[in-house]
Design a protein around this ligand. Structure first.
Ligand code: NAD
Ligand code: TYD
Length: 341
């Protein structure tokens, strides 16, 4: 099998490229990525020497570039992925997440190949109690979630109308190595290391279900090989946590690792104005995924977060290069007026 992985230079995509190369010695991988601010080929430096791996720089919105690629199935990760950026400017989200997905669907139709669409639990919106199931209504609240919900519906329409073989996964919040430090967990680790204030939005009581990125990659693999065309699969591990509890837990571990006073590290927390339209709680039921593919998450949160913290502490050059560029402009636009310190 030759898999086209879109967005393979990003956080989850790069972990997935590594997972496929290690798990299937007879598979080839083509990583197609535009290398936006979030795409980084350093994430795959250990894969470059493999003769089963190739990289092509390109935009999923460019049909001519897609036509030139050789592959027999598509796993689609490429997206604008950060909610806060979608609040600042939704346009790139519509372009890549909606139009880019349509271009890929057209290519899947033309070649009659499998299309696995990597989506998110955020398409369901927020839930006070209980869980969302695969047939729950889509009620996205951020421009990011709305663009992903739109792409999910387009995938469904190509399955129904054009009879392509399509599958959709909707995963909860990922954490692990190579995550861009605009997302909560790496941002907290790096701000703690750099003794910068740690912005907690609103009252810090929003709830997310955190899954280790490798477990998500194993889930996408399971759906690719054992999923049924036309089906949607929720991927999560019922590992719910409030943001403030998560932040305090990370800060405690960073303090311990660096031999710093825990109180001093915790004092970096600063409550800031809430995110606009901030979803209170995401929660999905992964039972269908577990029953129909046999997948189960394997990484215990305590182990996953410890190894993630260790990874960021040991890979300073990786994040220093990222945070030395345009990142600080984004950081100032996002937090400049909100942080008091
Ligand atoms: P990311 O922002 O780290 O990576 C996105 C990648 O897509 C980057 O390498 C970027 O260069 C590439 N890209 C962006 N626009 C492109 C375009 N027009 N053409 C080609 N490449 C382009 O994102 P991530 O966190 O790895 O998320 C990957 C996918 O998983 C997304 O579809 C996201 O919606 C979904 N997802 C993410 C999470 C999460 O917690 N991060 C959870 C569930 C689902
Ligand atoms: P994030 O990692 O952006 O993921 P998502 O919004 O897709 O769930 O944020 C996770 C949670 O952390 C979310 O409730 C927003 C909150 N958050 C903060 O409190 N402070 C921050 O600086 C960031 C980036 C997020």
């Amino acid at each position: 099998m030759k898999i086209l992985i879109t967005g393979g230079a990003g956080f989850i995509g790069s972990n997935f490229v590594r997972h496929i190369l290690a798990s299937y010695p007879d598979y080839d991988v083509v990583n197609f990525d535009k290398l936006t601010y979030a795409g980084n080929l350093e994430n795959l430096s250990d894969c470059e020497s493999s003769d089963r791996y190739s990289f092509v720089k390109g935009d999923i919105c460019d049909p001519e570039a897609l036509k030139k690629l050789e592959f027999d199935s598509i796993v689609h990760f490429a997206a604008e992925s950060h909610v806060d950026r979608s609040i600042l400017d939704s346009q790139p989200f519509l372009q890549t997440n909606v139009m880019g997905t349509v271009m890929l669907l057209e290519e899947a139709k033309r070649r009659d190949c499998t299309f696995l669409h990597v989506s998110t639990d955020e398409v369901y919106g927020s839930i006070g109690e209980g869980y969302f199931y695969e047939d729950s209504p889509l009620m996205p609240n951020s421009p990011y979630a709305a663009s992903k919900a739109s792409s999910d519906l387009l995938v469904r329409s190509y399955i129904k109308t054009h009879k392509i073989k399509g599958l959709i996964t909707r995963c909860s919040n990922n954490y692990g190595p190579f995550q861009f430090p605009e997302k909560l967990i790496p941002l907290v680790i790096l701000n703690a290391v750099n003794k910068r204030p740690i912005p907690v939005y609103g009252d810090g009581m929003n709830v997310r279900d955190w899954i280790y990125v490798v477990d998500h990659c194993r889930a996408v693999d399971a759906v690719l090989h054992r999923g049924e065309s036309g089906e949607v699969y929720n991927v999560g591990c019922k590992n719910e946590m409030t943001n403030i509890r998560l932040v305090e837990l990370i800060l405690g571990k960073v303090a311990e690792k660096l031999g710093r006073d825990e109180k001093e590290v915790l004092s970096l927390i600063e409550y800031v104005d809430d995110r606009k339209g901030h979803d209170r709680r995401y929660a999905i039921d992964p039972k269908k995924m577990e029953d129909s593919t046999g997948w189960k998450p394997e990484t215990d949160f305590a182990d996953g977060i410890a190894s993630t913290i260790e990874w960021y502490l040991s890979n300073q050059k990786w994040w220093e290069r990222i945070t030395s560029g345009d990142y600080m402009n984004y950081y100032k636009a996002q937090y400049g007026d909100r942080l008091k310190r």
